[in-house]
Design a protein around this ligand. Structure first.
Ligand SMILES: [Zn+2]
Length: 141
């Protein structure tokens, strides 16, 4: 069993915040900011595509709920990031899909580095070319 499955089954300890039939929410042990939680589907699935639509939907609904809870809590929270790393190349560290939800505030020094990344402006023709490739994949799902 993977580490998140072992937490979900109660075999390993975690600071659990919420639990329902499909999901469990607990604190990240290396938080970006205090209140950083992981929303984890109880059924093991490595990637987002492996999740049932019901589990994926519930993960997002619970993420929305945690966003609201963080904003209403006594924790320092002026905004919230939701982040899902799907695959090693995307920064996934545990092979069991999970949604990060963490509070943000002015001056917290965390950055997703979107600003430092050199983003191109491809133009409509290239955008349409990329859209065509993606649309083909969508149509074949
Ligand atoms: Zn697992």
């Amino acid at each position: 069993m993977c580490i998140f499955c072992r937490i979900a089954s109660g075999e390993l300890p975690a600071s659990v915040v919420y639990e329902d039939e499909r999901t469990i929410v607990f604190l990240d042990i290396q938080p970006i900011n205090p209140g950083h939680v992981l929303v984890v589907p109880k059924t093991h699935a490595e990637s987002l595509a492996d999740l049932s639509p019901e589990d994926a939907g519930q993960m997002m609904r619970v993420g929305q709920m945690m966003d609201q809870a963080l904003r209403q809590s006594q924790l320092h929270c002026e905004g919230v990031n939701l982040f899902l790393a799907d695959g090693k190349a995307a920064g996934q560290e545990v092979g069991h899909v999970h949604l990060h939800v963490f509070p943000r505030f002015e001056g917290d020094d965390f950055s997703l580095n979107l600003e430092s990344f050199d983003r191109s402006t491809p133009g409509r023709e290239q955008l349409n070319e990329t859209a065509k490739k993606l649309k083909q994949a969508v149509d074949s799902l």
